[in-house]
Design a binder for this molecule. Structure first.
Ligand SMILES: Cc1cc2nc3c(=O)[nH]c(=O)nc-3n(C[C@H](O)[C@H](O)[C@H](O)COP(=O)(O)OP(=O)(O)OC[C@H]3O[C@@H](n4cnc5c(N)ncnc54)[C@H](O)[C@@H]3O)c2cc1C
Length: 344
């Protein structure tokens, strides 16, 4: 950042720091920023703050167009978790929590659910081969998928559910024969590539630096994240072509990545991450005020918070709503308590 941009960053940090208590990640609709978009919020400052700070963070981590989503969730996250260089990850991968929860639960897959109905005292899941009745159902799918499952969605749920839009995401994981990384003064686990400088990528994640367990000794794992504006046209492209495009662009930041690549995997997420549009923000309070019902929802979109913390908070909220309807939870015995440690 230029000297003037650094001065403005200090001014922004002071402004948000003084109001930190008013930024609650669980209440993105109630912050001093209101529905101001990221781009609008940044417009008060030197343009480098948008181009080289807010846009790269929102673009790479959230898949956001800064002109469409509100700044409040982003500022709340920065206040709560600090700058991205100090963020933590799960040892064993992002699905660590989901796998740990599933280990104690009966999980059934391979049954397509066509419709979920609130029958008053219970929920009914309509599948191709019959019905499942349950005292409660929690739809833990992206909002557009949840809406499609609920033709009779209540009037106080529909506005928020339909306002919750998603951006697609695409990343290519490159298995390398050596632990390459972008040149930097000290080892980095991610390099954000601003839209102002880079058309194809939004970031380069150095997975073997994030968690050494992600690659064998002496090898490397680098994940290339596609720039948000590239993703829609790449969703249906041949995976090998997509990988070649991203790897070619990454040579600028990780010289030799093409030659060191042994395998690659292209991952596409049509409902990648939830946006936090002013329209969704405006409908959220009414959605949260709805009565508890036999059909509930969980997902990062409920919090308008496109990160695993958002999913965890939404899961806890859904669990408490279900339990408040059905009765008390089972007390946690000593065998159910575990200690786990996250790594940087
Ligand atoms: C590329 C990428 C990188 C990310 N990196 C990070 C990170 O480093 N740190 C972080 O904190 N967060 C990260 N996130 C965000 C994090 O993964 C999400 O916020 C979190 O997984 C959301 O949890 P969820 O339960 O709301 O939804 P999900 O974990 O997305 O679960 C929704 C489930 O619904 C299923 N589903 C969708 N459609 C259907 C359908 N039609 N029928 C049946 N099932 C369906 C999906 O398969 C999925 O299993 C990343 C997200 C992406 C896309």
């Amino acid at each position: 950042l230029s000297a003037r941009a650094r001065r403005d960053l200090a001014a922004f940090s002071a402004w948000s720091g003084r109001r930190a208590a008013c930024f609650d990640g669980d209440r993105p609709e109630r912050t001093p920023l209101g529905a101001t978009t990221v781009r609008e919020a940044a417009a008060r400052y030197h343009r480098d703050l948008h181009d080289y700070l807010f846009q790269p963070v929102a673009g790479c981590f959230f898949g956001w167009d800064t002109g469409r989503s509100a700044a409040a969730p982003l500022v709340s996250l920065l206040l709560e978790a600090g700058s991205p260089s100090s963020w933590r990850t799960y040892r064993g991968g992002m699905d660590f929590l989901a796998r740990r929860l599933a280990a104690d639960t009966e999980v059934v897959t391979g049954h397509t659910v066509r419709e979920v109905v609130d029958a008053g005292g219970h929920a009914v899941l309509r599948c191709d081969d019959g019905e499942v009745r349950a005292r409660a159902a929690v739809l833990a799918v992206p909002a557009p998928v949840a809406v499609a499952l609920r033709p009779e969605v209540p009037a106080d749920e529909r506005p928020f559910l339909t306002a919750c839009t998603f951006t697609p995401m695409l990343k290519v994981s490159c298995l390398l024969d050596r632990p390459l990384a972008p040149a930097a003064r000290r080892p980095v686990h991610i390099l954000l590539t601003p839209d102002a400088e880079e058309q194809v990528l939004s970031g380069v994640v150095v997975d073997h630096a994030k968690d050494p367990g992600r690659a064998p000794e002496g090898r490397g794992l680098i994940t290339l994240v596609a720039a948000p504006r590239q993703v829609p046209e790449l969703l249906d492209a041949a995976p090998d072509d997509t990988a070649d495009l991203l790897v070619h662009a990454a040579e600028r930041y990780v010289p030799g990545i093409g030659a060191a690549r042994r395998h690659h995997f292209a991952h596409t997420f049509r409902h990648g991450l939830p946006e936090a549009t002013p329209a969704a923000l405006a409908e959220r309070a009414a959605f949260l005020d709805r009565p508890v019902r036999a059909v509930e929802y969980a997902g990062d979109w409920v919090m308008l918070r496109p990160a695993s913390e958002g999913a965890v908070r939404a899961g806890a909220l859904a669990a408490s709503r279900v339990l408040s309807r059905l009765g008390r939870p089972r007390p946690a015995g000593p065998d159910r308590l575990e200690k786990s440690v996250a790594t940087a």
